[in-house]
Design a protein around this ligand. Structure first.
Ligand SMILES: [Zn+2]
Length: 222
């Protein structure tokens, strides 16, 4: 059974289970996997992600840096399940979702950074599974509710520009998920200023603090 985040767990019921998925990995895997259970649409198992235009840092390194800080920050109040703690892994997006399903996560946090051909674009986006997709409609409402609370808390902490809450029906990691999921695009690594900022420990700490504050509000409202 999957705990409902809309009905927050009492302390007796144990700590909420958070599955942290640091996006991408050291080596992308361009073999294909179905985008959803039973779907004929195929996508690469793990794309290689974007890269910092100023720092040269690949997205997979940045996402792991933040994920490891987040793991520490959540350790006392949550049961944390890490999809990866190293860059030398080969775990497809479908497998990541299934691991979080099997962990009966109350929420999956997928940590990513963005890229664009337009170097002036910056800001954070909060992606959640679409209510219109038959694969994700059962988790859409709770995912959106979590995304809203998280986005407000993170934006308050970081003062980042917001690109808003964005429903998606084309992400393998969402379509295979049976538990609420939110994907945080922390900023644009193709924007020189934001790329540098994303790699500073101070800014990473703000992101982590914002995520923790959002989770605390979501799982213990009031
Ligand atoms: Zn990414």
């Amino acid at each position: 059974m999957i705990a409902s985040a809309g009905n927050p767990a009492s302390p007796a019921a144990g700590k909420p289970i958070i599955c942290i998925d640091a996006g991408h990995q050291g080596k992308g895997n361009n073999d294909k996997e179905p985008i959803a259970p039973g779907s004929k649409t195929m996508k690469p198992k793990v794309s290689s992600g974007t890269r910092g235009i100023a720092t040269g840092k690949p997205e997979y390194k940045l996402t792991l840096e933040v994920a490891l800080k987040l793991e520490k920050a959540l350790a006392d109040d949550y049961k944390v399940v890490m999809i990866r703690r190293s860059n030398e892994v080969n775990i497809t997006n479908r497998e990541r979702a299934i691991r979080c399903n099997n962990a009966e996560a109350d929420l999956v946090l997928r940590i990513h950074a963005d890229g664009s051909d337009n170097k002036s674009v910056q800001g954070m986006s909060f992606l959640y599974p679409s209510a219109k997709s038959r694969y994700t409609r059962d988790i859409a409402q709770e995912s959106l509710a979590a995304a809203k609370v998280l986005s407000e808390a993170i934006l308050r902490e970081t003062a980042a520009k917001s690109k808003g809450l964005i429903p998606r029906d084309d992400l393998t990691g969402f379509n295979w998920s049976k538990v609420p999921s939110v994907l945080i695009e922390m900023g644009f690594m193709t924007n020189r200023k934001e790329d540098r900022l994303l790699s500073t420990p101070e800014y990473q700490d703000k992101i982590v603090k914002g995520i923790k504050a959002g989770l605390d509000l979501y799982f213990n409202p009031g």
